[in-house]
Design a binder for this molecule. Structure first.
Ligand code: GLN
Length: 424
């Protein structure tokens, strides 16, 4: 069976495809010429399963999405106290390019440009050359992505030609002694960081690394400490969406970060990382269709961080028992989207064929509607591949057993699915 997750991602893309409001960023000339219709999404679980749909391999510049990652690098190089000496931890409620500093002259928010220019300066020590600093960041982002990423020089040069605003921030920061480099070097270093070229698959894996306490889920490499990831995600959740951060957290509830090239990432700690790409932006500079996708994921898949249904700690497949003819997959816990992904992945791996197969819900405490829909689709696919499928569901958790092909999933008695010699 092929897991239906990419099919659901594609469905979500289809649902937002016709939203054509918003404008591509035009203050960076190279961005103004981007094809506004590009649309892609990728999702990576903390177990390293990566799914994508749409223009998932189209490259774009990371822009402000670099900010949480470089912040995490600064935290792991210097610790929170040293970072907090030069940049605060508060949502500023201001636009990303606001010329704003606190009374003590530090930027308050590390996720807007003023803060991010300061954080960039911390990397590789105060005496670092711009070249070494950028290389350190490039190689760190490459580790997170699991492949070598590069700086898009054309984009970087194009932004530097019109960097008056960031230059004025850097001059201001230097005049107060918050940064050491001259303003031009500081902006060159920060702009190079923003010009790293990625796709949504890279971003989903990078984001899943934060969700996974710093272990890159595909390569298995331990890159960051768990407490650095926790602090970074906390800052993302309060400061990540600029002046729309409060509304975003209430309505979408997924710690997120956007970039002006049209990228958007979101993390569910301990569960998944998601990335979208669509270049048209709203007034805050957040991708319009990316925002719509995250809204959909949050409501439809129940991914809001503050959702009281969002419990997923144990492995959702308690056991799989099979003999030549029969297989029973016993589930447990609360089946939310992340649990559903894990179950479908396990069903895909097992490659069942020609079996009498039952999904046992006896130990399941709750089932999200998307979990129900996707598990039914998985069972439909298993049936198409020659298995006879049924549910063990005495408590009636699967409230709607109608399948997309018009048939109804049969219920089975647990006793009919006991495998010889096993203890149930
Ligand atoms: N490089 C961009 C800038 O400094 C990043 C802004 C963004 O992605 N929001 O203007």
């Amino acid at each position: 069976m092929k897991t239906p997750i990419p099919f659901y991602l594609q469905k979500i893309l289809n649902g937002v495809h016709d939203h054509d409001s918003g404008e591509v960023a035009d203050y960076i000339p190279e961005l103004a010429s981007a094809n506004p219709d590009q649309l892609g999404v990728a999702l990576c679980s903390v177990t390293g399963h990566l799914y994508s749909a749409g223009d998932a391999e189209n490259r774009f510049t990371i822009q402000s999405i670099s900010k949480p990652f470089v912040y995490a690098l600064a935290l792991s190089e210097l610790g929170l106290d040293a970072v907090r000496d030069v940049v605060g931890l508060e949502p500023s409620g201001q636009a990303f390019n606001e010329l704003s500093l606190a009374k003590d002259h530090r930027p308050v928010n590390p996720m807007i440009n003023a803060g991010a220019i300061v954080v960039n300066q911390l990397i590789n020590g105060v005496d670092s050359s711009v070249e070494d600093r950028v290389e350190k960041i490039r190689s760190f982002i490459s580790q997170l992505a699991g492949r070598e990423v590069d700086v898009d020089k054309r984009l970087c040069d194009s932004e530097l030609e019109h960097a008056e605003r960031n230059l004025s921030l850097a001059h201001m920061l230097r005049s107060y002694g918050i940064i050491q480099d001259d303003a031009h070097d500081a902006v060159l270093s920060y702009t190079s960081q923003c010009a790293l070229s990625v796709d949504v698959r890279d971003l989903a894996v990078m984001t899943a690394t934060l969700a996974n306490g710093g272990r890159q889920p595909v390569t298995g490499e331990k890159i960051l400490d768990a407490d650095v990831c926790r602090m970074t995600l906390a800052v993302m959740s309060s400061c990540g969406m600029y002046d729309g951060a409060g509304r975003w957290m209430t309505e979408v509830g997924i710690p997120a970060k956007s970039g002006v090239a049209g990228g958007l990432i979101g993390t569910l700690p301990g569960q998944i990382g998601v990335a979208t790409f669509s270049p048209r932006l709203d007034e805050q500079g957040n991708s319009v269709r990316g925002t719509a996708i995250f809204r959909e994921l949050s409501s439809d898949m129940g991914l809001h961080l503050m959702s009281t249904e969002n419990r997923f700690g144990v492995h959702p497949v308690r056991s799989v028992d099979e003999d030549d003819e029969t297989a029973i997959i016993r589930l447990q816990g609360h089946i939310n989207f992340t649990a559903t992904e894990a179950i479908l992945h396990e069903l895909e791996e097992r490659q069942f064929s020609g079996k009498r197969l039952a999904l046992d819900f006896s130990q399941v405490s709750g089932l999200h509607k998307v979990g129900r829909r996707m598990l039914k689709e998985g069972l439909r696919r298993l049936r198409e591949e020659g298995n006879e499928v049924a549910l063990v569901d005495d408590d009636g958790l699967v409230t709607d057993r109608a399948m997309s092909d018009g048939t109804v999933l049969p219920l089975a008695d647990k006793e009919d699915y006991v495998i010889a010699g096993e203890e149930v």
